[in-house]
Design a protein around this ligand. Structure first.
Ligand SMILES: Cc1cc2nc3c(=O)[nH]c(=O)nc-3n(C[C@H](O)[C@H](O)[C@H](O)COP(=O)(O)OP(=O)(O)OC[C@H]3O[C@@H](n4cnc5c(N)ncnc54)[C@H](O)[C@@H]3O)c2cc1C
Length: 482
């Protein structure tokens, strides 16, 4: 039972044992906390950084049910009924977000917009047609188009649907956080490193600030890190995307994505155009600077303007196009996970909170079976083998290609006292030396000059120039011990 109801300070110094531990305070963790905050359980949330500042803070935050060609992919893998069920889950998630914003009066610029899906490649016309037919079958009013409201982007054919949204993701997350923080315990800057099932059925959780035990654990940290070692490549892979933004005139009110070989993603925030492109499998290119430059050049080409802001972000894609939400191991009913949103985490992270909340409360949820990580993923043997081959290729490349040509002059990969080290010399001439080996699966790291990080080109872990973990699946730093 909760024993902290009247405690005014929920961020306690010491970690305490708990009933439910949520690992990660992004849209998934906060949505879980929202649906569990009024339960009889003592709920604790841990984040390795600041709450709301993970991948969710760098998203383009389209809150949409039109998601590439998801409905035809799901129809192919699992049949029309499941494809429709996924559609229903996205509509429900959009409603939940709208209701939360209204109820909590969150000032996050939630705006209803039309959304476009388009192609510029002849070979993709049948896919546009098919997605249109499926959406019409789901009773959605779909229009056909041959242009976007913004004339700079050429379109061969596309469709447009109503009742989708955009919002400011950080403002939404902070609004949600403001609501839940008084009903749960939380700790920021605590990295969870390991989970062990104990004989009494509880989990012993090791962190950088000590251990705690929890009866139930929800892994909401974007990567399934230590709980599913074979996740990559058997079930999924990572995609990285580059985002550019600048003020443009006039300002528009719609979102758009294409389905072509070079992804284009468009949304607007006030006077700003936010443009995503160069989406690639992480393993296919680790010349981050070149990809970034191409994305910048594209922006300049279309909009005749230098971008004012640039960033990159990565998300987990599933081989069968369906996120993983729910229990991950049939022998461990108290271990939950939510991940693999394929760049559609605003809706899927929200529905994950509802599904996991319902499962913990013993309530039926219409989508729990659809998203269950225990589903059979047999149709995906070929993508699993392809991913495996690509991981091996990326892994070996980092061993043979020790100082890739794109590493800047201020970066070296050297052996110091027999240890492989990455050395970065900053503007002031200070050397930052780290271990050049990812603690996750021992891939060599590559320097990312765009964001000044050490990145794993195989599984996506990222580290600061001083070796702290910025993104998993790694749960240990690459600092050199004194
Ligand atoms: C370029 C790009 C654009 C996108 N655009 C959209 C869009 O328009 N619409 C949409 O719906 N989705 C979009 N997405 C997808 C969406 O951003 C993600 O799916 C979603 O934000 C993931 O949320 P999360 O809560 O799982 O992860 P996060 O937001 O990363 O939250 C996880 C949290 O866990 C913490 N954490 C990690 N490891 C540990 C650990 N070991 N111990 C403790 N804490 C830990 C992190 O610090 C973080 O705060 C986009 C993704 C990309 C890459």
């Amino acid at each position: 039972m909760k024993d902290y109801k009247n405690s005014s300070k929920k961020q306690k110094k010491e970690l305490e044992d708990t009933d439910i531990l949520i690992i990660g305070g992004g849209i998934t963790g906060l949505s879980c906390a929202y649906f569990l905050k009024d339960s009889k359980f003592k709920v604790t949330l841990l984040d390795k950084g600041k709450i709301g500042m993970g991948i969710s803070s760098r998203t383009t935050a389209k809150v949409s049910y039109i998601q590439n060609t998801i409905y035809q992919e799901l129809e192919k893998y699992y049949g029309i009924k499941k494809s429709k069920l996924y559609f229903d889950s996205q509509i429900e998630a959009i409603k939940i977000i709208g209701d939360i914003v209204k109820k909590l009066k969150i000032d996050c610029n939630l705006e209803k917009v039309d959304s476009f899906l388009y192609t510029n490649e002849e070979k993709n016309l049948p896919k546009i047609k098919k997605e249109m037919e499926l959406l019409q079958g789901f009773d959605i009013k779909v229009g056909e188009v041959t242009s976007l409201p913004i004339p700079e982007i050429p379109v061969l054919k596309g469709i447009v649907v109503p009742n989708t949204y955009v919002f400011h993701p950080i403002q939404y997350l902070l609004g949600l956080w403001k609501k839940v923080k008084d009903s749960i315990l939380y700790h920021e800057d605590v990295l969870v490193q390991d989970l062990k099932l104990q004989e009494d059925g509880t989990y012993l959780v090791s962190t950088t600030k000590g251990t705690l035990s929890s009866k139930i654990v929800i892994v909401a940290c974007h990567y399934p890190f230590f709980i599913k070692p074979g996740f990559f490549p058997l079930f999924g892979y990572l995609k990285r995307e580059y985002v550019q933004a600048a003020k443009i005139k006039p300002s528009y009110h719609f979102t758009a994505i294409n389905i072509d070989s070079n992804l284009q993603s468009i949304r607007f925030y006030k006077d700003y155009l936010i443009y995503g492109s160069r989406e690639k499998k992480l393993t296919s290119s680790y010349d981050y600077e070149a990809e970034y430059q191409k994305s910048k050049d594209e922006f300049l080409h279309y909009f005749k303007k230098e971008p004012e802001y640039s960033w990159m972000n990565q998300d987990l894609m599933m081989n069968d196009s369906l996120p993983w939400i729910g229990r991950i191991n049939k022998n461990q009913p108290n271990l939950y996970i939510a991940t693999g949103y394929q760049a559609w985490g605003m809706t899927n992270g929200t529905i994950a909170g509802k599904i996991i909340g319902d499962l913990i409360h013993g309530k039926e949820n219409p989508y729990s079976e659809l998203f269950s990580p225990l589903r059979s993923m047999k149709p995906n043997l070929i993508p699993a083998l392809t991913n495996g081959f690509e991981y091996l290729k990326a892994y070996s490349k980092t061993y043979f290609d020790k100082n890739p040509k794109f590493q800047s002059k201020r970066v070296m990969i050297l052996k110091i006292n027999g240890i492989d080290c990455g050395v970065y010399i900053d503007q002031e001439g200070t050397k930052h030396i780290v271990h050049n080996l990812c603690p996750h699966l021992k891939c060599k790291l590559v320097f990312n000059p765009l964001e000044e990080t050490w990145d794993c080109p195989c599984h996506g872990s990222r580290f600061s120039i001083d070796g702290d973990v910025l993104e998993g699946p790694a749960t240990y730093s690459i600092k050199i011990e004194e």
